[in-house]
Design a protein around this ligand. Sequence first.
Ligand code: FMN
Length: 458
Amino acid sequence: MTSPRPRKQVHLAAHFPGVNNTTVWSDPRSGSHIEFDSFVRFAQIAERAKFDFLFLAEGLRLREQNGRIYDLDVVGRPDTFTVLAALAAVTDRLGLTGTINSTFNEPFEVASQFASLDHLSDGRAAWNVVTSWDAFTGENFRRGGYLPESDRYERAQAFLDAATTLFDSWDGVDVVADAESGRLFSADEPGTYAIRDDFFDIAGRFPVPTSPQGRPVIFQAGDSKRGREFAAASADAIFTRHGTLDAGQAFYADVKGRLSRYGRTHDELLVLPAATFALADTDEQAAELAAEIRRQQVSPQTALRFAEQLWNRNLSDYDPDGPVPEFDPVEGEHTIARGRASVRQHGDRLTEAQRWRRLGAEKGLSLREVVIEVTGRQNFIGSPETIAATIDRYVQADASDGFILVPHITPDGLAEFADRVVPLLQERGVFRTEYTGTTLRDHLGLRVPTPRSLAGAR
Ligand SMILES: Cc1cc2nc3c(=O)[nH]c(=O)nc-3n(C[C@H](O)[C@H](O)[C@H](O)COP(=O)(O)O)c2cc1C
């Protein structure tokens, strides 16, 4: 008889809200998305609740619609490394995860920044490697434009391999600083590396000694087959949008099933979906709150902006309280909305528009009401007991290994979850009551990687 599997521990992280309409920036309770005080308060709530880490997404260009800054986006996002380094000074245990793309950067810079953050935070740094969106974002960079889609993951893999070589380049070399013998290092040649491949031709010495976690924790967030393969080969955790039970289970089985191809085991890659929540005393009140949040998030103007992203044309004169447009979306290149993930996600616009129309007709919904329904992202709606039980159930059913929570009010929206749901997860024995380690690898149950031998690495 096989013994039952022990209950999985839930991993929890806090995504600082900053983009997309998960954020209700128009709510009077919302604070600044730029002032350091907001980041500090957010991080300290997460740390008080013993969360695994804080998470920052990356947006390198303000998004536009009809040639204007898209008012839904919270305008202005301070630089990731600057924020995380500052947060390292005001937190003690909380992991610090930054999204940094592999398309427009260089491995040396990114590796030295993350290795430095790992040192400054005593082993709490993580890098979410993304390939990023589009040429519109790329125009900010010296190469301009955008790497063809087919090359993005080639570069991402080469980029991460190069960064790994740099992270490992001090393998076995310690700073001894022995005044008597006059010896600074335990061996000669610290940080020596040489990397030559289709994307990089660099050689020299990496200036940052091996970081406290060996290497920073690696996340990945792309969802295509190639993206999932990249995560299975090289990441410690994957950030995803598949947050419902069914979609989560399918995604979980898919990515975990890819690991053995790379000689990796099931527990070497964590699956962490983004999740929003609407929390109230009772399930009924939470349902009302969730509906109210959705109405706040999708104002009549916002509904039109969403519809424009699908129809790929200006709909400023259209009535959001009227029916879903009868005419078809404009096919071909996207010209209306630039720099938005959701635009790329509308694969077949004609079919999607038909789905919106059908939904409107069947349920008697206006365009705005359809947008509210189809763009809904509230994962957890209910009383604290309901939400704790649901999260536990999803994790035990292998729909995820935990969640990266995105509160809709910045920065204090996390407090209610921390105060009311976390204690219930702790009572269930599935979430820590104290940090048991000091590094992010400790929190996530990830081992310190064995350095790749420099000779055999490339
Ligand atoms: C859950 C999730 C979060 C993402 N976050 C970011 C981000 O913060 N910044 C960014 O430039 N790209 C982000 N991306 C985009 C990915 O880098 C990638 O460009 C995009 O998903 C296309 O790759 P794919 O075809 O493999 O999905 C994210 C993607 C996903 C699925």
